[in-house]
Design a protein around this ligand. Sequence first.
Ligand code: TRP
Length: 325
Amino acid sequence: MEKKRILSGMRPSGRLHLGNYAGALENWVKLQNDYDCYYFVADWHALTTNPLAAFDVEENTIQMVIDWLSAGIKPDLPLFVQSRVKEHAELHLLFSMLITKERLERNPTLKEQIRDLHKDTIIYGHLGYPVLQAADILMYKANLVPVGEDQLSHVEITREIARKFNQLYGEVFPEPQPKLTTFSRLPGLDGRKMGKSNNNFILISDPPEEIHKKVRTAITDPQKVRRGDPGHPDICNVFKYHQKFNPDETEQIRTDCESGALGCVACKQRAAEKIADYFAPFREKRAHFESHPDDVRDIINEGTKKAKAVAQQTMDDVHKAMKMG
Ligand code: TRP
């Protein structure tokens, strides 16, 4: 049986952190065996919230793709960069005629982002970025789109655009389904969402000393002040790291934390060791790619070529259906 096609993208945010890993990349690695996967760098999307991000895109793209490869993403997959497949821009333009501004304004993810940005106006490209996302997805006629909950509304918009196109011009696009990524949300060192702007992150490429240094600053159970105090693992950020990266010892750590036998210093030390061990093979692969930057460029060039071939085919279908272009 032919494998179902998956498409997913990440904005070029440079080196990835543990939150990116647990929230998306780990899942991408698993999916590549069972599906026909297309993974891409959504670099035009990075401009929707900051046009000056353009100047950082090249370096951030390379660093992020090195992290993908270090995590075990296969180099022969179509790994590509959105801005190098210009067909996305044309399809985005055509799709922009198939959806109303009011529909885009109802997007709950957008409302949240506007609230976070503390702005009462919105850039046209930001309002329309789900339409660009629809072009990304439908260009490859993807069946499944692995996304976090915040992106569900965008897959829904994609489905609506596919239906509208098919209804007006003829059947070209399948309606993709979201594939929800289920994961234990990894908090940042301070308990907020892990993110670059919150400065509470551990990178998957951090060297062991750096991981130890960062984990030492993590906020644990505020009521556990000294060793001997009984702790509450369920409200402790470091315990979440144990659950993810040290599953075998998690129950023992819970018992010893709750009884007071295990202090936070030792507990953090152990968590840092386990995180460092987990990512050791990643660091090794990164070192290889860092000393062979042309390999990374070749992988992206090859992937982009494969993606472009599919995109051109889709645009042929689109032009035929529309009797235009
Ligand atoms: N909008 C997604 C994000 O901000 C990134 C993205 C762009 C994407 N195009 C996509 C994800 C297509 C999945 C499929 O995270």
